[in-house]
Design a protein around this ligand. Sequence first.
Ligand code: UDP
Length: 322
Amino acid sequence: MTWAPSRVVVTGGAGFLGSHLADRLLADGAEVICVDNLITGSRRNVSHLMANPRFTLRTDDVSGAWSVDGPLDAILHFASLASPVDYLRHPLETLEVGTLGTMNALRIAEEKGARFLLASTSEVYGDPTVHPQPETYWGNVNPIGPRGVYDESKRVSEAFTMAFSNARGVDVRIARIFNTFGPRMREHDGRAVPQFVTQALAGEPITVYGDGSQTRSLCYVDDLIEGLTLLLHSDYRMPVNLGNPQEVTMMQLAELVRELCGSSSPIELRPLPVDDPKRRCPDVAVALRQLRWTAMIPLDEALRRTIDWWPRGSTELDEATP
Ligand code: UDP
């Protein structure tokens, strides 16, 4: 790795993935400026970094006017509402951060001559009809469904990113991130892993939507951060799937979480949310070929680490139900 960024902006740097990225960038020697309006991020995620002279948290909204003084080597655009519960609650903010926020971040990257890494998503594939999903698949998205605000905001983020690359010469990277979990997810985030762990530890019913046969491929956060770091440093400018190809049904996940928590919570079936994808699994051949990256941490070990970290004692899950 010859290219080494010394001053980096992470949008969404107080969020789940952004804060883990900030940790890694600081450990690698960079100065890190996190820009986060704290709509779903939290100061708690970066409280351990506040005393570091190479770390700054700014509470600007990246969808509004913002700028950065001085030189920048990279902008990592991670500001987004990533949980279905959050983007159903904040549909306009979700669209704004994917459109205005992405455009603003790209303009600053252009002005500074900084490398730009977009946190895109497996949701660009929608409810896929091709399994596993390669980067060449164009997706199956309902633009006017409840998930459309997130899926389309990420699809247009990719379009903005390619346009700034082609028309303005910005040096871009695009990570299509599949379901990822780990410490610092919020208890009330609403996504499957935090929901199931919180419920199992509280001895409450574990809420599986539909019949639980829908699948996801779950990646541990440490694996993902390694993949993102390799992508940032690589010369590969096309989208790359980053995820763990091990596919599990949501019923299997609920049962595994219950077992690892030593819980006797019942599993309760609830209605399946509208447009909930039936299967999702990354084709990781490009990541392997271009980055020499593959996820290493098995699901049970990743869940154990997450459960060890998880805060105990909260039982208020109602707000996370879509
Ligand atoms: N899910 C579930 N129970 C929950 C939360 C989620 O069965 O309490 C299901 C959800 O319907 C979806 C899968 O788990 O099929 C993954 O949902 P998540 O919100 O984690 O992410 P998505 O991949 O849908 O964005």
